[in-house]
Design a protein around this ligand. Sequence first.
Ligand code: AMP
Ligand code: MG
Length: 347
Amino acid sequence: MKNTMIKRFIACFILCITTMLCGCAPEKEHTQSFFAMNTYMSVTAYGDNAQPAVQQVQSTVTQLDSLWSVTDENSELYALNSNGSGTVSSETAELIRFCLNISEKTNGAFEPTIYPVLTSWGFTTDENRVPSDEEISNQLEKVGCENVLLFDKNSDNGSEVTLSNGAMLDFGGIAKGAAADKAAEIMRENGVTSALINLGGSITVIGKNSDNSNWRIGVKDPFSDGNIGILEISDTSAVTSGAYERCFTASDGTVYGHIIDPASGRPVDNDLASVTIISENATLCDALSTALFVMGKEKALQFADANSKAMGFDYILITKDKEMFISGGAAANFTLTDKNGIQSIIV
Ligand code: AMP
Ligand code: MG
């Protein structure tokens, strides 16, 4: 009797140790870095399917880039902009529909037809220049979502798009977010439950990290090279917009950023230094970070107050005079690490 109990105890002990060892076995990790959509991207996944999932993400993002690049002469978007009409893939039609919807909701602050103005400032060729007022107003005449018509044919035949009045589309303010949503979909289809998708600063995390804790994501300090703080998140996305990302200095010393105010046709120069949007929907994060940056502090706060619950997003607005407006949902997961003059206001 005593022997049996000892044997059972030993068996139980061995089982516990085996379970503990299996539980601690490191998960397979796979990381891939690549260049697409004009930026460096890095994707890491954990688990048995990490490698095929990451590879599929890279090929899908590269494929989306070849559809949506505004400068690649072989892209679907380039053909559409050059011809003024055409049949587009379901991915492109879905993105155009999203753009038109967000443009309407943001009262034109998000403006997917800003491309002619962007070209005048040289942001598409990196040969930057300051256009004349006359050139800007001529280009602005082509801008506006009323110039974009999207007809859905049946699902096999794609969708028909017509651009009137010289309008041209540019997905620069939304493509990385849309690609991140596709990447997250691929991860989930592959059964990946832990992944970090960084598409040039558009961050999407799947599940928790390999330590089973929330992912710790640095939020860029718009005034210096470091981070302003850390967001601890799981199963969500965070995207930041700021003029510092791409800008040029004119001969008179004025710095011009790549986000254009569609009301003036000039690079945004308001009281905001950066906008971070946090949401389960990366496409929404990307579009709204651009749009709220265009709006400026007062309008952005009003928009967020009216829409953040219904649209499902949190936000961090940093003003040029170093105030940080953070929504309650974001504040619960955010630690301010750079207290250097930043005053945090929970909204
Ligand atoms: P983001 O870095 O996501 O804020 O996007 C900036 C990019 O969006 C620019 O480089 C342009 O390609 C494009 N863009 C500039 N101004 C606007 C605007 N008002 N609405 C939509 N896209 C814009
Ligand atoms: Mg954006």
